[in-house]
Design a protein around this ligand. Structure first.
Ligand code: PLP
Length: 448
């Protein structure tokens, strides 16, 4: 299928614009170098690493659910819903962004927040409170009763409430949204260029770039009179200019891996914090230009996606199957998923999305590899996850959240270290957001 055959039926769906689109696709050369160093391996033994910055969708601190809510809230409004009842864990990003979407659309919003009843009012809960949420902190066993009571109360008040969990569209809105995100990534890969250089010792080279890419990059350094970058055809370039700068003058100061030998045995080969002369040399090389083992096929080659079990990653692979892209994916499972039940869930949802949008190909078994064992208890940070947070912040200045993306990133690093990823296939990590919850875990992070 041509991408337009996917995008056009989506454009016909009701939607409320909430999220900032075309979030950056950034390279993570310093993370790649740090992982190579931790393995005492060559940089070419680690896949080129990219990150899709959907933590920067903007709306109420962003995240993937800003896109999901665009379709979900339009769908609810169209059905005359005016009151939302949401049942979510204390850590829930869905709860935060549903609160924000409710405020934006003038709906009343109840969040029944279970578990962690004494945890600080921070992160998601604080933002939901600011957005006017009625927050009910309740043991998990009482959530359903409370939701039913609120449903009756709100109906008696003359409102038209819904329990979000019970709405079948809430399970597919995110997959629909991520068909669009996949198209964004597709375009970003096709147009991936070296961002304009301001000189100095800063290297900004994409492993996807061949000669053509480098030439294009040079053309792109022109700016218009307003100081905006102008693309090859004289149009203002729409590709976000969030550059990944690798400073090569003092690589040793900042590329030491803070990943300590793993306390969680069986998950990660322990990266060595000490640095040999060879290691230093390697890091230095990696901060200049590295193109070894990287495909020149730009957007047409294989790409491996890395994210969490859920609606978003299913949308990306559904797009790939329908446009013929040789993309693969690993989804890291929260404890409530097994490979079998996640497969059942994504097969069912992708069927429904394919029917709704008239797509040729729903997902098939084994389209998404599910990885268990890395998330441990939901809502409880892991040591490896916190180490991954430090590493990302110290190599790429990217902040992960302790509940979702840190655990997913810790799994990616550990699987690379175990040699389970093809080093020739670029890997795109989906940063699906959740960062406000970092502050709710300040003590654990500080003490780690
Ligand atoms: C930050 C974050 N990433 C990933 C997920 C995974 O699920 P989905 O793709 O359905 O959002 C969640 C789910 O709540 C989430 O909050």
């Amino acid at each position: 299928m041509h991408p337009h055959q996917i995008l056009n039926p989506i454009a016909d769906l009701p939607r409320i614009p909430l999220a900032r689109k075309n979030t950056p696709l950034e390279e993570m050369p310093r993370l790649r170098a740090a992982i190579a160093q931790s393995m005492d391996a060559d940089i070419s033994d680690v896949p080129p690493l990219f990150i899709k910055r959907d933590d920067t969708t903007g709306f109420a601190f962003g995240g993937n659910k800003a896109q999901h809510m665009e379709f979900l809230f339009a769908h609810l409004l169209e059905r005359g819903i005016d009151t939302i009842i949401n049942i979510n864990h204390y850590d829930s990003n869905n709860a935060r962004l549903a609160a924000a979407a409710s405020a934006k659309t003038g709906m009343k919003y109840h969040w029944i927040a279970f578990d962690e009843l004494d945890a600080p009012i921070q992160g998601n809960m604080l933002i939901a409170h600011l957005a006017g949420a009625h927050i009910h902190r309740t043991p998990k066993s009482e959530t359903r009763n409370l939701a039913e009571n609120l449903l009756t109360q709100e109906t008696n008040l003359g409102n038209n409430p819904t329990i979000l969990l019970d709405n079948p569209f809430s399970n597919i809105a995110g997959t629909i949204a991520y068909l669009e995100t996949a198209n964004e990534i597709d375009n970003q890969l096709t147009n991936y260029d070296t961002p304009a250089s301001s000189g100095g010792s800063v290297t900004r080279t994409s492993p996807f770039d061949g000669e053509r890419g480098r030439e294009r990059a040079q053309r792109r350094t022109t700016t218009d009179r307003r100081g905006m970058r102008v693309g090859p055809r004289g149009k203002v370039d729409s590709f976000h200019d969030h550059e990944v700068a690798t400073i090569s003058n003092n690589p040793t100061a900042t590329t030491t891996s803070p990943l300590a030998p793993s306390a969680e045995s069986g998950q990660a080969a322990p990266p060595s914090p000490s640095r040999s002369a060879r290691g230093r040399e390697r890091v230095q090389r990696s901060t200049t230009t590295d193109r070894r083992g990287c495909p020149e096929g730009m957007g047409d080659g294989p790409i491996h996606f890395w994210g969490l079990c859920g609606r978003s990653i299913a949308g990306i692979i559904l797009y790939a199957r329908n446009t013929g892209k040789p993309w693969t994916a690993t989804a890291v499972a929260q404890p409530h998923y097994t490979p079998e039940n996640y497969e059942q869930i994504y097969l069912d949802r992708s069927d429904r999305v394919a029917n709704l949008l008239n797509l040729d190909t729903p997902l098939k078994p084994n389209d998404i590899k599910t990885l268990t064992g890395y998330t441990k208890t939901y809502g409880v940070p892991t040591d490896l996850g916190i180490q991954a947070m430090h590493l990302l912040a110290q190599t790429e200045s990217i902040i992960l959240d302790p509940t979702y993306t840190a655990k997913s990133m810790s799994a990616l690093i550990a699987e690379i270290q175990k040699g389970n990823l093809d080093p020739k296939t670029p890997t795109i990590f989906i940063h699906s957001g959740g960062t406000p919850q970092t502050f709710a875990f300040a003590n654990q992070i500080w003490n780690s």
